[in-house]
Design a protein around this ligand. Structure first.
Ligand SMILES: [Zn+2]
Ligand SMILES: [Zn+2]
Length: 389
């Protein structure tokens, strides 16, 4: 089955036409929605802003968060959020930590500038790792109890909770990214018109992608909530692979499916075709061993199913290493044991780090993104698999 997005035309997302002068009351060319006289007319004379200071203020605002649990149809609980772990601190995170610390791919604007645009891994305490302020204490404990309890096993009910949590985190991140995009549009204060034009075109491109991503995440979130409330799991599918070897990585992520593990496109982002399917991946300790759980709600033979089928065809002794590549390629919520990273070769490290900017406005993803590159980064012994597809 071929997804319509593969043959649909690209959306002309960055098509804004910068204009040096406009009628004062016309909507500004930048797409802000404001009148020109209130937006770009005097942009060159405006005081440049310190983008980092603003980013810090914005992060503080988002650090407080609010509970995303839907209490009645269409309305959020909205209570103050706690720092919810997307990966259990005493389970998955504890298993890979050293001196209560792990490494992560998550970095911010300042880190990126400091390292001249080259991503490096960051050391974080397990207390702070994998958290997001998306649920209040009550909902966090109540909603996820079935996957947090000792001896938890994978079923449609528990796998859909893992998937739901990944989607909520993605939704939360996208909401923050939308705010950051708005902030970046102010980076042209005090610059001449040609620079304004360039900055606004770049912002328009990235903002478009973020907004689409947020809309999809909101739709999936609502879908899961209805499914769980009605306990009707027929459209939810999962595949679990259990490893008998120690896996030095944990992750929890959700994204739009793009390529499979064999070098084929399954869906294309940024086209006029919507209804893209998602995949969620949780790699963590479940019960006594480490499992990778792929979960999705979608059509029986759609792109998400094809994605998982191509992973099933990956030889068992390569599955862990390919999960590592996939984690760097698609997720920002990945945590690693420090000594594991230290023991990789320089080539293996740079190959993994190089994946981080893929799929952003600055670097296109290739069809071969998830094709096996032969790097043996993680030992892999598959103990068993379980599926409901
Ligand atoms: Zn403007
Ligand atoms: Zn709540």
């Amino acid at each position: 089955m071929t997804h319509p997005s593969l043959s649909a035309p690209n959306v002309l997302w960055h098509r804004i036409s910068p204009q040096e002068t406009m009628k004062p009351n016309e909507r500004c060319w930048c797409g802000s929605g404001a009148k020109w006289k209130k937006c770009h007319k005097y942009r060159e004379q405006q005081q440049p802003i310190n983008i980092f200071e603003h980013a810090v203020a914005m992060r503080e605002k988002f650090a407080e968060g609010f509970c995303l649990a839907t209490v009645t149809h269409g309305s959020y609980c909205g209570a103050n959020a706690i720092s919810s772990h997307t990966i259990q601190r005493r389970g998955g995170l504890a298993a890979i930590s050293e001196q209560n610390h792990v490494l992560t791919t998550k970095f911010d604007l300042e880190d990126l500038v400091k390292n001249h645009g080259t991503p490096v891994l960051k050391r974080v305490s397990t207390k702070k790792a994998s958290t997001f302020p998306g649920f209040c204490a009550i909902h966090d404990a109540e909603l996820f109890e079935p996957i947090e309890r000792p001896g938890a096993t994978i079923s449609k009910e528990t796998a859909s909770l893992l998937a739901y949590r990944a989607i909520c985190m993605e939704y939360f991140r996208k909401s923050a990214a939308v705010e950051l995009d708005k902030l970046q549009r102010k980076m042209d204060y005090g610059t001449p018109f040609p620079i304004q034009a360039e900055i606004q075109m770049r912002c328009a491109a990235s903002a478009y992608g973020t907004q689409l991503g947020m809309r999809d995440a909101a739709n999936w979130k609502a879908f899961y909530e209805t499914m769980m409330a009605e306990k009707r799991y027929e459209d939810f599918r999962y595949y679990e692979v259990r490893f008998s070897t120690d896996v030095p990585m944990v992750m929890c992520g959700a994204w739009q499916v793009e390529t499979d593990f064999e070098g084929n496109w399954l869906q294309k982002l940024g086209t006029t075709s919507s209804d893209l399917e998602h995949i969620t991946v949780n790699l963590t300790k479940i019960g006594d061993s480490t499992s990778a759980v792929f979960g999705w709600a979608g059509t029986k033979n759609g792109p998400a199913r094809e994605f998982v089928e191509s992973f099933k065809r990956v030889p068992d002794d390569r599955k862990s290493s390919l999960i590592a590549s996939m984690a760097f390629e698609h997720s920002e919520n990945v945590f690693m044991r420090p000594s594991w990273w230290d023991n990789l070769t320089a080539d293996q490290k740079s190959a993994l780090l190089n994946r981080i900017p893929n799929g952003t406005a600055s670097r296109m993803r290739s069809a071969n993104a998830l094709l096996d590159d032969g790097a043996h980064t993680m030992p892999s012994h598959v103990e068993s698999t379980l599926e409901a597809i």
